[in-house]
Design a binder for this molecule. Structure first.
Ligand SMILES: [Ca+2]
Ligand SMILES: [Ca+2]
Ligand SMILES: [Ca+2]
Ligand SMILES: [Ca+2]
Length: 323
C-alpha cells in the first residue's frame, strides 16, 4: 500500500482544497465538459476543455489521465482488462536496455486478449513475471493452471504476470485473436495474455529454445532472472522492495465526476499535444466504449451532500485510482 503514497500527496492535498472551495462556492475549478479535469488543467496540458474525450477513443480525458494513459492519443487508453498501468520515469529510456540480467528490460507493445496493445513499461513498479509459451504447448498449459492463483495472491501488492503466446494451436503459426481469448478463459487469466507473433519478444527472453520458461523483472524494470522457473521465493523477496519514486504530472485541482454521464464522441479528431511522454502505442486498433476499471466516489458529491464520510470515501476512491 505504501507504493501509492508518492502519487497521492500533492493531488490529494490540492483535491481537498478544490472540494473545500466547491463547498464554499468560490474558487471552484470549472470543468466545462464534465470529464473530471478542470478547464485550466486541460488547456495547460493540450487537452480540449470543451470535449470530454479529446482523442475520441471512447475513454474520457479524466479516465485516461487518472489511468496513466495518454488522453491525446487515440491508440492509447486504460487497459480494457483492468490491469493497472503505472507511469515510468522519463530517464528509463536513457538506461542501457537488453535481454541480460541487470539490464533494463526493453519495452514492447503486444496485443492482449481484449484487443488492447499492452506496453511492458506501463507495469513499471510491479514485479513482473514474463512467461514464454505457446497455445499448442502442453507443459505451458499445465503450468498455467497455477498462474491465476499466483497472481491473485500478489497483484494487490504490485505483481503482474505477462503470458506471451509465441504461436497458436498450429505449430509455426501465430496465435489468433480467438486463441488469446480462449486461453484467457480456459485459465481464468485476469493478467495479460499477449500475442507474440513470430516470437519477436520471446526470443529475447528465451535463451535455450525450450518452453515454458520464465523471466523475472524487478520493480525498477531491471531483469532479475532470464529463462528460468517461476521462482515465487524470489518474486516475494523482490516485492518487499519499496515502490520506486516516479514524478508524474497529475492534475492538482481535478474535479471528480461521474464519468458514466459524460457523452463521448468517437468521431472527433485528436488534439495535437500529448501531456505525457512515452506511453503511446504505435499500432492503431479499434476501441470500444467500456466502463472504466477505476472506481471511486465523486469528490463534488462527497463535499456537496454526503458529508465528511462521503468525502473520505471519495479520497479513498482517489487513492485506489492512483495505485
Ligand atoms: Ca474538463
Ligand atoms: Ca476534456
Ligand atoms: Ca480519450
Ligand atoms: Ca487515449
Amino acid at each position: 500500500m505504501m507504493r501509492s503514497i508518492h502519487y497521492l500527496v500533492i493531488p490529494l492535498a490540492l483535491g481537498l482544497a478544490a472540494c473545500a472551495a466547491d463547498g464554499a462556492g468560490n474558487g471552484e475549478p470549472v470543468d466545462s465538459d464534465g470529464d473530471g479535469l478542470s478547464d485550466s488543467w486541460e488547456e495547460d496540458n493540450g487537452l480540449d476543455a470543451e470535449l470530454a474525450d479529446s482523442d475520441g477513443d471512447g475513454f474520457t480525458d479524466g479516465e485516461e489521465v487518472f489511468g496513466y494513459a495518454d488522453a491525446a492519443d487515440p491508440t492509447d487508453h486504460p487497459y480494457t482488462g483492468g490491469y493497472e498501468r503505472h507511469p515510468w520515469p522519463a530517464d528509463l529510456e536513457n538506461e542501457e536496455a537488453g535481454y541480460q540480467v541487470g539490464l533494463v528490460a526493453p519495452n514492447f507493445q503486444l496485443q492482449d486478449s481484449h484487443g488492447d496493445m499492452v506496453s511492458l513499461w506501463s507495469f513499471y513498479g510491479d514485479v513482473i513475471l514474463v512467461k514464454n509459451s505457446a497455445y499448442w504447448c502442453g507443459p505451458c498449459r499445465g503450468s498455467e493452471e497455477e498462474a491465476q492463483a499466483r497472481y491473485d495472491a500478489r497483484h494487490q501488492d504490485g505483481f503482474i504476470q505477462l503470458t506471451l503466446l509465441g504461436e497458436g494451436w498450429t505449430n509455426g503459426v501465430a496465435a489468433t485473436d480467438q486463441e488469446l481469448i480462449d486461453w484467457a478463459e480456459e485459465f481464468g487469466s485476469a493478467y495479460p495474455v499477449l500475442k507474440d507473433e513470430g516470437w519477436g519478444v520471446s526470443n529475447g527472453y528465451e535463451q535455450d529454445g525450450g518452453i515454458p520458461t520464465y523471466s523475472i523483472i524487478g520493480r525498477d524494470m531491471r531483469i532479475q532472472t532470464l529463462d528460468q522457473g517461476a521462482d515465487t521465493g524470489l518474486i516475494d523477496q523482490l516485492m518487499t522492495e519499496p515502490f520506486p519514486e516516479v514524478e508524474w504530472d497529475m492534475p492538482g485541482e481535478e474535479i471528480e465526476s461521474d464519468d458514466s454521464d459524460v457523452e463521448v464522441d468517437d468521431t472527433v479528431a485528436p488534439v495535437g499535444v500529448t501531456p505525457f511522454g512515452g506511453t503511446g502505442n504505435s499500432d492503431a486498433f479499434e476501441s470500444t466504449t467500456v466502463p472504466t476499471p477505476y472506481g471511486g466516489a465523486s469528490c463534488s458529491t462527497a463535499a456537496g451532500s454526503a458529508g465528511l464520510a462521503g468525502l473520505l470515501f471519495g479520497l479513498l476512491g482517489l487513492a485506489i485510482r492512483r495505485r
